[in-house]
Design a binder for this molecule. Sequence first.
Ligand code: HEC
Ligand code: HEC
Ligand code: HEC
Length: 425
Amino acid sequence: MKRIVLRVVGLSLVLGLGLVVLAWPRAEFIPARSQEAWAATPANIARGAYLARAGDCLACHTARDGMPYAGGRALATPFGTLYAPNITPDATTGIGAWTADDFWHALHNGTAPDGRLLYPAFPYTNTTKVTRDDADALYAYLRSLAPVRLANRPHALRFPYDRQIVLAGWRLLYFKPGVYAPQPAQSAAWNRGAYLVEGLGHCAACHSPRNGLGATGTRLSGGQIATSGWYAPALDADNEAGLGNWEQSHIVQLLRTGVAPRGAVFGPMAEVVNRSLQYLTDADAGALAVYLKSLPAEPTPRHAIPAPDDVMKAGRQLYAHHCADCHGADGRGTSVAGHPAYPPLAGNGALTMRDPVNAIRIVLNGGFPPATRGNPRPFGMPPYSQQLDDAEVAAVVTYVRNSWGNAAPAVTAPEVNRWREVPLD
Ligand code: HEC
Ligand code: HEC
Ligand code: HEC
């Protein structure tokens, strides 16, 4: 109820502001550029290709089994479905008629050349941080692709979210264009990491909480992915995915290969590593690690209620029977030929966060870390949804959340049941 009231109040505010913005004469700043900056030189194109991977542009702009960058992928949101547009250089259906300035405006200001305000499902609240040089390199790269003639599918948003006026108000409240400003007190690596995390990497799109109008915060304090239910953990809390006490080299390993001695990525994060982060250079992955390590750790709430003894006992037996072979009787995981194979569960933030959804889902559905150049044949985990009932999954998840020094609230059978039928993406 409170949420609905907030939404209505928020929406009225947005509508009011939208009216003001649309009535205001628009004069947008267009930085002058020389032709060379976005010239289709091999160096510019290669740089743009690298940046496109860092921004994971392909993921959203390609439909399943579709042509790369030709759009059509459906992005479900609580406000309706958006279809990512064709950004190949086709002159009529893609962005072939766009100038470098037009392209810059899309990334920096979230506007299209016909004056359309773009929806922030395109993470321009992040791409606004991108420098003009990087935007130009991306432009040069996209123009080097083969044009694909495929008309954009119109978005299917619910009223009133399909109105530009609502978007105009939303932008006034939640969007402030601005290229990343380096912090002089920090190292070059830290600034590069912050630039990538806040800009092209758009980590906040998942790792920040969203308000009722879909706006993310600036802190990477953890967010639920509204449509699939996965929880993208806080990157600034040690009982979640805070990396403050990780070794720098292990963070780089996690980002580039998907596995590390302290844990493995799974679910939507496995795709981010697979399509984007594995391609970062050592220097850029190192810069990300420096920045992520520096995020101030929020105090970890210790929960006071210990898990019930009978649940822990049942969980211990299930663990010994089903899980210990891979994760170890002591929860320390197993490596094969010196390479992380089965992640440790002791001290693993992926299972001690308050919200147990990710731990429940990996036990129900199993999973594979991504296949990456650094870890081409990952070891997998079997699904247990058929073998274990709700109470058993609840017991074993409660057990791993509260053993070997881990501490997190107990999980109940209904919490497990809730996730049985929810699609993974
Ligand atoms: C999370 C998904 C997502 C990612 C990642 C993403 N986009 Fe998009 N993009 C969209 C959606 C959705 C739209 C449509 C917005 C609208 O129509 O209002 C869009 C629109 C655009 C447009 C405007 C095209 C048009 O015809 O209006 C451009 C240009 C663009 N994106 C480029 C990029 C580039 C370059 C990257 C990588 C740096 C990127 N996008 C990453 C989802 C994404
Ligand atoms: C599409 C949504 C999405 C995006 C974008 C995303 N993440 Fe994640 N991330 C997740 C989810 C969901 C998890 C939980 C699964 C897991 O722990 O692997 C996660 C987990 C993580 C973890 C913990 C991994 C572990 O298991 O120890 C780290 C570190 C992380 N993300 C960093 C990042 C960084 C850095 C970025 C930006 C470059 C990013 N993520 C972008 C969804 C996302
Ligand atoms: C055949 C070996 C194997 C067995 C048996 C197994 N796991 Fe796993 N487990 C893995 C692998 C491999 C991963 C990494 C999966 C991924 O990244 O998608 C994993 C990941 C996890 C994670 C997420 C931690 C992280 O950092 O990725 C949890 C929690 C987990 N397992 C719990 C269990 C429980 C509880 C059982 C028993 C019911 C179990 N596992 C049985 C191999 C196994």
